[in-house]
Design a protein around this ligand. Structure first.
Ligand code: FSO
Ligand code: SF4
Length: 539
């Protein structure tokens, strides 16, 4: 195996024996093959579109789910990955029949090996099969961005929202990573175009979420526990949450959010459920202790699974692109109801969650809520009460070095406001950093995809202050990343013209020195150093 797609990759170079995330070599290899056949089917769909032929939504959805499945921590289940490869090959064979011009098809579009051949084939199609270091780096950068884009599309698709342009681009770009005739410059251009569609994909999801559940609003979320048994729901899929809340209504079972599901509390729609209790615990990487003490069943709707301890493995369920061997997977086609009764019945027999903390956290500062506060925000900037906004969106993770972000938040001057999204927030959202004229110093917009809100807020401020360039705003960027959704967020910000982003805790291993240099020269991307020096440099 060779995998270097996430920030925690072994030795900051690549996982080769087994994943730091817990991914076994045979699963890593099979994921490579799933990406490969997904590139192959994308080549065929792209050619079909060029011939003026329709590609069905089902095929678009399959491609997005396939990519999502290979995101860090999403799916550890060999069998489910093998099944996806088989389904993709079968679908591709059918699409090939519709193709008029079958010349010049790459191996990925032709290969249709049987299951018994998957493991051998997988070993030949991984990351290292691209020999040139810079081409490999750009192909992977694009592929990882597309994985993030696919994840966001998938959530929108679950809410019955599709954007054909996004799907067509995603597949065209995936197919382009098979094309040996593309130069470094071509791939750099494609990387930026991926950012453009990243913005579109996040806009699609924003529209899907807000049209279904309303615009997030300032909300206090309880972080304590109640006396009833509970179900803990993690990941990002709001449709899954809706189905779970509907089915638990009146059963005496409470529903708690974990990690990236916390922002669900900010949506008006979910406030009508009396049994929607609060948020339990912290970011994804703390789940081993927190799932154990939760006592009840856990539903993982997306990535960020830590291989479960035996003490709660039989209480862990997966749905959507997520999977873990030995954990029950519950699913249904988009538009149909998933049957969570087994989880609810299990919950009824479990103890109530053990209290691990008490209090409240405040969030809900997505675009509409911040626009509603625009006057006071603009006033505070004009009077100098707010000197700077610090965008600290992104991810949390296990590494000790990430304590930097807690210390950085604490060390920020009192006239600065943190804008956050993604699970990075857990590094400072319980610090009580106070407020400025009633505006909290940590404004949480929501999930990682709600970084879109932060971009809209920046663009709105640019308009209010009549500036030509978003980089003239008193906003600095100190972003932390972990997995591939953060890659699409980064590419989206670059596409929007944001410069001088600091990215940590380490720069991606998949950036070759030359590709890293392109990002440094053109966008001023930099790493982090230490709190003291970075505060001096940024503030
Ligand atoms: Fe991931 Fe990062 Fe959304 Fe976290 S991009 S790790 S769970 O912030 O948030 O999925
Ligand atoms: Fe390693 Fe990250 Fe890949 Fe897991 S996802 S195998 S930790 S690089």
């Amino acid at each position: 195996m060779f995998c270097y797609q996430c920030q925690e990759t072994a030795g900051c170079t690549g996982c080769t024996m087994s994943g730091v995330c817990g991914k076994k070599p045979e699963v890593a290899n099979l994921q490579d093959l799933l990406v490969y056949v997904t590139k192959g089917i994308s080549f065929v769909t792209t050619k079909l579109r060029a011939e003026g032929k329709e590609v069905s939504e089902d095929i678009n959805h399959m491609i997005s789910v396939n990519l999502f499945t290979t995101i860090t921590n999403a799916n550890f289940d060999y069998d489910s990955i093998a099944q996806k490869i088989e389904e993709t090959i079968n679908a591709k064979e059918q699409l090939l029949e519709k193709l008029t011009d079958e010349s010049n098809l790459p191996d990925a579009a032709i290969w249709n090996g049987a299951k018994a051949q998957y493991d051998e084939k997988a070993k030949t199609v991984g990351v290292l099969s691209t020999k040139d270091e810079d081409i490999r780096s750009l192909r992977e950068l694009i592929t990882y961005g597309l994985k993030g884009l696919a994840a966001y599309s998938k959530h929108a698709n679950a809410l019955l929202k599709d954007n054909k342009d996004v799907d067509a681009f995603l597949q065209k770009a995936l197919a382009a990573t098979l094309d040996d005739s593309l130069s470094v410059d071509d791939l750099v251009a494609l990387t930026l175009e991926t950012g453009k569609y990243g913005v579109e994909g996040m806009a699609l999801l924003d529209e899907a979420n807000t049209s279904a559940y309303g615009n997030p609003e300032i909300t206090k979320v309880d972080i304590g526990v109640r006396n009833n048994p509970g179900i803990l729901i993690s990941g990002h899929d709001l449709k899954d949450l809706e189905m779970l809340l509907e089915q638990t209504k009146g059963t005496g079972v409470d529903v708690y959010t974990h990690s990236e599901m916390l922002p669900a509390h900010y949506y008006p729609f979910f406030k009508k459920y009396d049994n929607f209790a609060g948020n339990y615990g912290n970011a994804w990487w703390k789940q081993k202790e927190e799932f154990a003490s939760f006592n009840g069943p856990i539903l993982m709707t997306t990535n960020c699974i830590v291989p479960p301890a035996d003490s709660y493995k039989d209480r862990m369920f997966t749905t959507g692109a997520a999977g873990y061997p030995g954990c029950k997977h519950i699913d249904a086609p988009y538009g149909e109801t998933k049957d969570f009764s087994e989880i609810i019945e299990m919950a009824k027999k479990c103890d109530a969650p053990t209290e691990i903390e008490r209090g409240e956290i405040v969030g809900g500062f997505a675009h509409e809520q911040v626009f509603a506060l625009a006057d006071s925000v603009v006033d505070a900037v004009k009077t100098g009460a707010i000197k700077k906004f610090v965008i600290m969106a992104g991810c949390d993770g296990r590494a000790k070095s990430r304590e930097y972000y807690t210390e950085f938040a604490k060390a920020l001057p009192k006239d600065t406001v943190i804008l956050t999204a993604g699970c990075a927030k857990y590094k400072y959202n319980k610090l009580n950093l106070g407020d400025i004229n009633g505006i909290p110093r940590v404004l949480d917009a929501g999930q990682c995809n709600d970084s879109y809100s932060l971009a809209l807020i920046a663009l709105k401020l640019k308009e209010v202050f009549e500036l030509d360039d978003v980089n003239e705003l008193p906003i600095v960027y100190n972003i932390s990343w972990y997995e591939q959704k953060a890659v699409i967020v980064l590419l989206a910000l670059l596409y929007l013209g944001v410069k001088n982003i600091h990215l940590g805790p380490t720069l991606p291993a998949f950036l070759s020195p030359n590709v890293a240099n392109v990002l440094v020269q053109n966008f001023g991307i930099a790493g982090i150093t230490n709190v003291e020096d970075d505060i001096k440099a940024l503030i």
